[in-house]
Design a protein around this ligand. Structure first.
Ligand code: TXA
Ligand code: MG
Length: 319
């Protein structure tokens, strides 16, 4: 199959209508989209990504109002959060209606819903009479794509079309938010940080994003976003000693003279680091080094989402 990169939403719609896959830009990362109500189309996502079917998919809509077609109830706090943050990097887990195939939710009675904030994809979604299921558009387990070229590198020959919307603005995935017994629970740290949610809800938000091999809510796989070159996260001085004599590539943050080429943000800005993280991991991975080493960012703001991705990308966490 020839994979075309283009900017034509009419072609993208035709392909999706025909039950095939289109990679779409969002503000977080590129998604691999299919008609969420067509099981054969959704199956193609799992196949192209080589993704296990126990891992459910987020459905994407052009406007929050459309969510009611796919969920049985929307708690008031969810409407409130959606007013503040949708379109944007936040995903809501809500009880699904039967119109949503079990394949999309991996058998769960909750469906993940997100309104992505990207003009081109927004235009495309508005022309469709179904939501699209879309995981990140990378082979399962590898680094997420933040440019059309990244999608091409990973999935060429497996998908017909990549809608090119430029580089992703946020650079890490959406925050996944769950609701149980009146509590708001973050299942994945992402583009909307905990404090922003708490400001809206007026009470503490629980965070349950533990790394595990057998996730209660999938999406918490211990090894994910992984480079082919082993990545080690820790004290870089010690890591350098440990790997002396090997070819080492360093990722840096802040004034960190020894990692100029791969400095996530010289200005120590976590938002800038989030925008760069997946792109720099890919570049570092292409250097044919023996190891990639990095420290963690301060655990505030988007630093938490970046650290989460780094820790899951770490090879020595793979059992
Ligand atoms: O920013 C994003 O969320 C991007 C863009 C493309 O929208 N999408 C994304 O999809 O990151 P994916 O599939 O790479 O990650 C979604 C995570 C998965 O780890 C999945 O397990 C979790 O969301 N998830 C999806 N549906 C779920 C459900 N019904 N219950 C629990 N977790 C769910
Ligand atoms: Mg992903």
């Amino acid at each position: 199959m020839e994979t075309v990169i283009g900017k034509d939403i009419v072609i993208a719609k035709q392909i999706l209508d025909a039950g095939d896959l289109v990679a779409i830009p969002t503000e977080t990362v590129y998604g691999l989209a299919a008609n969420a109500l067509n099981e054969d189309a959704v199956l193609k996502i799992f196949k192209a990504k080589n993704r296990p079917q126990f891992n459910p998919l987020i459905i994407h809509l052009p406007i929050w109002r459309a969510a009611e077609k796919y969920v049985t109830e929307i708690p008031a706090v969810v409407n409130e959060l959606a007013m503040h943050f949708s379109p944007g990097p936040i995903t809501f887990l809500l009880p699904k209606k039967s119109i949503v195939p079990d394949l999309v939710t991996a058998g769960s009675n909750k469906v993940a819903i997100r309104i992505p904030a990207h003009p081109l994809s927004m235009q495309l979604l508005k022309t469709l009479d179904y939501p699209v299921a879309a995981p990140s558009a990378n082979p399962f387990g590898y680094v997420s794509p933040t440019m059309a070229q990244h999608v091409y590198d990973g999935l060429k020959g497996k998908i017909p079309y990549i809608l090119d919307g430029g580089a992703c603005n946020i650079g890490v995935e959406s925050t996944i938010v769950d609701f149980e017994n009146g509590d708001v629970i973050i299942r994945r740290n992402g583009g909307i940080i905990k404090e922003m949610i708490e400001e809206v809800t007026g009470k503490p938000v629980l965070v349950f994003t533990e790394a595990t091999d057998h996730p209660v809510a999938p999406g918490q796989l211990k090894s994910h976003y992984a480079t082919t070159t082993p990545l080690y996260v820790g004290d870089k001085k010690l890591l350098k000693k440990q790997f002396s004599g090997k070819k080492i590539i360093e990722l840096g943050f802040g004034v960190d003279s020894s990692s100029e080429g791969y400095n996530l943000s010289i200005a120590s800005n976590a938002d800038e680091a989030a925008k760069n993280i997946f792109s720099f991991l890919r570049r570092a991975d292409n250097e044919q080094a023996d190891v990639i080493i990095t420290g963690l960012l301060p655990g505030i703001g988007l630093g938490r989402a970046v650290n989460d991705r780094l820790l899951r990308a770490q090879h020595n966490m793979k059992d």
